[in-house]
Design a protein around this ligand. Structure first.
Ligand SMILES: Cc1cc2nc3c(=O)[nH]c(=O)nc-3n(C[C@H](O)[C@H](O)[C@H](O)COP(=O)(O)OP(=O)(O)OC[C@H]3O[C@@H](n4cnc5c(N)ncnc54)[C@H](O)[C@@H]3O)c2cc1C
Length: 380
């Protein structure tokens, strides 16, 4: 077993670390204003973060997924919301197109996404279809010259900022889950696509979420990604890969909370000593660090399996479940370590606490992760 990072991976890790540090102050302000963090994303795009594990021939860096998760572990320490936007671009949209697109589709859609020149979103969830996407109502009807898409998606991260949307819709409603197809919609070229107001969210406020509406949207034939009626498999495969990245974002967020808690505990004095000298606080720090280390190892293992082209769905579900729970626990204990100051927006901890929660919910809730893990265990 080899735990040493390759020189390339180390370079990416260092680069991401410095790109994260640069945007510390900006990130807190954009969260307060619930603004889409365009300036942060532009800097990260210039630093090559948007195409890390996307194919080199389509504008990416062609690195492995381990390099991508190492970068996310750094970026999310400072701005989890920007890390999530990058992640949707790179792993949910970019990952699906790289895996299932034809050469012409990859040529058309991937390069600007991999360079971070445009944003892309992933539209699966609907008001009545969350954990059970097979319950979706959005339909796409075949026409002689393409498709007509009708329906609505919600919780779409970057939906109002994106050039491309990967959208799942029923193409053979009678077949249920086996009658769903995946489409790439070029939003500015499709006037029948509109979006609602930004949702007011607990955390990840910069990663703006909107509802997308498709009112008989006309799509060209070439917008179908993969084969007709294979869409749910495509969306689920994209989420399998992406969950490894979500786990990395959680590790980064948790590390950010741990670092802030340690810095505070060393300088805050009560009863004539630093609060870091109290064993009660030391045990919290020890548990946070241990769980985050375990989360990081699960995440790196899942990424490594993906790079080796070995089955990794179980490892991804374990990593996502464990890492997002570890991040939530680290942020919760972080607030406790800061005492009353943990609740003030003047300190970064309350933002880690707010941002951590959604990680236990998006890309499949942690209840669904446990379902996937249990099914894998019991089928063998
Ligand atoms: C910040 C954020 C960003 C998001 N971004 C996107 C995005 O870009 N694109 C997108 O398509 N979606 C996105 N989502 C939506 C997200 O994927 C869904 O919220 C999630 O899948 C859960 O669906 P739901 O909210 O409808 O909850 P429900 O499915 O209604 O679940 C409610 C509760 O029931 C539990 N539950 C449901 N089924 C089971 C079961 N079989 N066994 C045990 N428990 C169960 C759930 O775990 C949960 O606790 C985002 C969500 C958030 C919060």
């Amino acid at each position: 077993m080899e735990f040493t990072l390759s020189p390339e991976q180390q370079v990416v890790q260092k680069k991401a670390q410095s790109l994260a540090q640069e945007v510390q102050a900006l990130s807190a302000r954009l969260d307060r204003e619930a603004q889409f963090p365009r300036e942060i994303l532009q800097r990260w795009a210039q630093g090559g973060m948007f195409g890390l594990a996307l194919p080199r021939e389509y504008g990416g860096q062609g690195l492995d997924y381990v390099a991508y998760v190492l970068a996310q572990m750094e970026l999310a320490q400072v701005c989890p919301a920007s890390a999530l936007i990058l992640h949707v671009n790179h792993s949910l949209f970019g990952g699906a197109v790289a895996q299932f697109g034809t050469p012409a589709q990859k040529e058309a859609w991937l390069p600007p996404v991999a360079r971070g020149e445009v944003y892309a979103c992933f539209a699966l969830t609907e008001p009545e279809a969350g954990s059970d996407p097979a319950g979706m109502k959005t339909v796409a009807r075949r026409e002689p010259d393409g498709w007509v898409l009708t329906g609505a998606k919600n919780f779409v991260t970057s939906g109002g900022e994106s050039r491309f949307a990967l959208v799942a819709a029923l193409t053979d409603p009678e077949r249920g889950a086996k009658g769903i197809s995946a489409f790439v919609v070029e939003i500015p070229a499709t006037p029948e696509v509109t979006w609602g107001a930004r949702e007011e969210k607990l955390g990840l406020r910069g990663a703006t979420s909107v509802r997308l509406f498709f009112d008989q949207a006309r799509l060209p034939e070439a917008s179908l990604l993969g084969e007709a009626n294979q869409g749910l498999k495509i969306m689920l495969a994209a989420m399998d890969g992406a969950r490894v990245g979500s786990a990395a974002i959680a590790v980064g967020l948790g590390r950010g909370a741990l670092a802030a808690a340690m810095a505070y505990a060393k300088q805050r004095r009560q009863f004539g000593q630093a609060v870091a000298d109290f064993q009660a606080i030391q045990w919290k720090l020890a548990d946070m660090a241990t769980d985050l280390e375990a989360a990081s190892l699960l995440t790196l293992k899942a990424a490594w399996l993906k790079d080796q082209k070995q089955p990794y769905g179980l490892a991804a579900a374990m990593a996502k479940r464990f890492a997002t729970d570890a991040a939530m626990a680290a942020a919760t204990e972080g607030v406790q370590i800061l005492g009353g100051y943990g609740c003030l927006t003047e300190y970064p901890m309350e933002r880690y606490f707010r941002d951590a929660k959604a990680g236990q919910i998006y890309e499949g809730t942690n209840e669904i992760m446990r379902l996937i893990i249990a099914r894998n265990l019991l089928k063998g």
